[in-house]
Design a protein around this ligand. Structure first.
Ligand code: ARG
Length: 460
């Protein structure tokens, strides 16, 4: 009959509907390595505490290693009737080695087991994600290095604001990604405690040694409340938030470059290998990759809300709701990783059309703020200078001139403090050279910051 080893108190095997509804095997098999490592640590501790013999430990270890190799080689048959990866591996172990296998689950529940597995998995996942972040940062820094003297307009409200060097624009993403990296480090530090030995909820009457398993699995500490430990999924929510915020950064980047690659902007050319075409319009070079990056960020937000909502309203202790954590966790991790890798490739294969961008820099009065600051240098209070330049801009707009085309005579009519040296302050090129504040978007600041990033990222 279909009755399962851990359900002897139930009248018979579960209904087929139940089997299919409660299983997590279809998505949790990717935890298998961590499950096996956790089980070996647990068994080792049981032997230390004389709860199993050394011979039994050896049998368990060898059995688990064999199973691991079988899974790795794709020779393991997972059966949904086993519910999840934990029961599937335990059943296979018992089938392989018999009696000693039945002792593995001593003082352990799937509740502390799965909580441990997920933390172990996430530690590695975070490492991988951080590596992907660094790769993308390096791609941005590399591209920035090519454009420390090429100019572009900066936008606020998507209206032309001030001139910047292209490198400064690119480095702005490196800063965002740096915070993403640090957030992941924080997340990892906070999650790095061992729930193992918390059992189902209250611990065990057997004299187990939780520090031993924590130590074997390189956790920094044990989780000190068994009740909290088996239902704590804060780290899942936090990690998915980190993914979602990285998604927000990637989405804003994608949105910029979708605009920049349009005919209207025409600032960049993304390599053909990272464009798509149209089934109907033969001329098209579409930035679908970037649109999907923007779209997938929506899925990341969905995962975050999914996770948070699962946590809400559960009574204390383990509830099966928690099994759904992995759906959102894995989806978020996979999605953000794919987007990070895609972004790196796009950045590495995109060219800025520097001459074209430079040719358009006279439009939009990018030097207006610098002109007001020039007047400050001549003793005019900033608010008054702001007014003078505002009036000049409005005058220029009427007859289609730029500020540098205004005659000294006209300037003087507006404010006597303006001298002939004003022309060394106007125009995007002059403005950018004059940026004097730390972190500003001029060539000097960018060169220094690129040097910083090169060193910092190489040390990672
Ligand atoms: N597969 C479950 C999970 O992912 C663990 C099972 C815990 N089951 C239970 N009946 N307590 O959370």
């Amino acid at each position: 009959d279909k009755q399962r080893s851990w359900e002897k108190r139930l009248a018979a095997g579960p209904d087929e509907l139940t089997v299919n509804y409660v299983e997590s095997l279809s998505y949790d098999t990717r935890l298998y390595k961590y499950d096996i490592v956790g089980s070996i640590a647990h068994a080792t501790m049981l032997a230390e505490r004389k709860l199993i013999t050394q011979t039994e430990l050896k049998a368990i270890k060898n059995g688990l290693i064999e199973i691991s190799e079988q899974i790795e080689a794709g020779r393991f048959r997972f059966d949904k009737a086993h519910e999840d990866v934990h029961m599937a591996i335990e059943a296979a172990l018992i089938e392989k080695i018999g009696e000693p296998g039945k002792k593995l689950h001593t003082a352990r529940s799937r509740n502390d087991q799965v909580a441990t597995d997920v933390r172990l998995w996430l530690r590695d996942e975070i490492e991988g994600q951080q590596a992907a972040i660094v790769q993308l940062q390096k791609a941005f820094v590399q591209l920035a290095g090519k454009h420390t003297n090429d100019l572009m307009p900066a936008y606020t409200h998507l209206q032309r604001a001030q001139p910047i060097v292209i490198g400064a624009y690119l480095l702005s993403f490196v800063e965002q990604l740096e915070r993403d990296f640090i957030r992941l480090t924080n997340c990892r530090n906070l999650l790095n405690v061992s729930p193992l030995g918390s059992g189902a909820i209250a611990g065990s009457t057997l004299a187990i040694d939780r520090l031993s398993t924590a130590c074997q699995l390189a956790f920094a500490d044990i989780a000190h409340s068994s009740i909290d430990a088996i239902s704590d999924r804060d780290f899942c929510a936090e990690f998915i938030f980190d993914c979602a915020l990285t998604g927000a950064h990637l989405s804003r980047f994608a949105e910029d470059w979708i605009l920049f690659s349009s005919n209207e902007f025409d600032f960049i050319r993304i390599d053909d290998a990272f464009c798509t075409s149209s089934s109907m319009m033969p001329q098209k070079r579409n930035p679908d990759v970037l649109e999907l990056m923007r779209g997938k960020t929506g899925s990341l937000y969905g995962a975050l809300i999914g996770m948070l909502t699962i946590l809400k309203g559960q009574p204390s202790g383990y509830n099966r709701d928690l099994q759904e954590d992995k759906i959102h966790l894995f989806a978020a991790a996979d999605t953000v990783r794919a987007s990070l890798e895609m972004a790196r490739a796009v950045v590495a294969h995109t060219q800025f059309k520097t001459a074209r961008i430079a040719a358009g820099l006279d439009a939009g009065f990018l030097d207006a703020t610098a002109l007001a600051e020039y007047l400050v240098g001549k003793g005019v209070p900033f608010r008054a200078a702001h007014g003078v330049v505002g009036a000049l801009v409005s005058l220029c707009e009427k007859d289609g001139r730029s500020l540098s085309q205004v005659s000294l005579e006209t300037f003087k009519e507006h404010t006597p403090q303006i001298d002939a040296d004003v022309y060394d302050y106007l125009g995007a090129r002059h403005v950018v050279q004059r940026y004097a504040s730390a972190g500003a978007a001029g060539p000097q600041q960018v060169k220094e910051r690129i040097a910083y990033w090169k060193k910092h990222l190489a040390e990672r």
